[in-house]
Design a protein around this ligand. Structure first.
Ligand code: MF3
Ligand code: CO
Length: 259
């Protein structure tokens, strides 16, 4: 069952979404290559969420131990923060969910650590653009498959593959609601999109094949072939005026590490 939100509910989600966006921006800018660990990032996230009067959506979710997921290089998603410093040349996906007054916001960015390779930079750019191709389809009358198809077409046109094992999702009072929002699919297929639906759209794009594998910690998902992977996510409301991205701050500068 897809839960339709009232305009008031969407405004509450925008508050949670703003906290998520500002926190992600702050985390990305805090990274010092060779020094900052992903544990530092999750500690900072917890501090910033508490300051904003928000709670972390992920911590404790099915036993997940942290406020953020931090997914480095060949890690697709759900990397658990740890004590190793991020290094120049790494890319790190930072995924954060926050809950304010009972409503969730969920977003992710993948950021460069210091100077990165041209290949990695291109992956980040294309994955971010693929997210916006998907968001562009989030309009009344379109279908869930239009979102996935637009993302898949864009990523594959650039020679990359789209992960099949994880998908985006409806979001609201729960972090995960119906419908599932695959980042692949066919135009004109799947549930019809209606005004008041709120979706977390989150493409995961690999340089190599789309297959993944879960590490022994039961969380960390890596590319099977060891290729680099990137992940970007926004929470979006479907409105009569088109897609309304809820995970942006008032200070909506670009999100990037080390300036
Ligand atoms: N953005 C991811 C999702 O929507 C993050 C969930 S991580 C978890 O599924 F730890 F909370 F599961
Ligand atoms: Co999500």
């Amino acid at each position: 069952m897809i839960r339709i939100k009232t305009p008031d509910e969407i405004e509450k989600m925008r508050i949670a979404g703003g906290v998520v966006a500002r926190t992600l921006d702050h985390l990305a800018r805090s990274i010092v290559p060779g020094k900052t660990t992903t544990q530092d990032l999750t500690a900072l996230a917890e501090h910033l969420l508490a300051q904003a009067g928000a709670a972390a959506s992920f911590k404790g979710y099915r036993g997940y131990p942290s406020a953020i997921c931090a997914s480095v290089n060949q890690v697709v998603v759900h990397g658990i923060p740890g004590p190793l410093p991020l290094d120049t040349g790494d890319i790190v996906g930072i995924d954060l969910g926050a809950i304010v007054e009972g409503y969730h916001g969920d977003a992710a960015v993948t950021v460069p650590v210091g100077e990165i390779s041209e290949e990695a930079g291109r992956l980040l750019r294309v994955t971010r653009e693929a997210l916006y191709k998907g968001i562009e389809q989030a309009r009344p009358g379109r279908r869930v498959g239009d979102i996935g198809a637009a993302i898949q077409e864009y990523a594959e046109r650039h020679g990359y593959s789209v992960v099949r094992d994880l998908v985006g999702h409806g979001i609201g009072r729960s972090m995960h609601e119906d419908p599932q929002v695959p980042n692949f699919g066919k135009h004109g297929h799947g549930p019809r999109l209606r005004e008041g639906m709120t979706l977390a759209i989150e493409p995961m794009v690999n340089i190599g094949g789309y297959s993944t594998r879960t590490l022994d910690d039961h969380w960390t998902i890596v590319t099977k072939d060891g290729s680099l992977s990137a992940h970007f996510e926004h929470t979006v409301a479907i409105t009569a005026r088109g897609p309304d991205i809820l995970t942006v701050g008032p200070d909506r500068g670009g999100i990037s590490a080390n300036g």
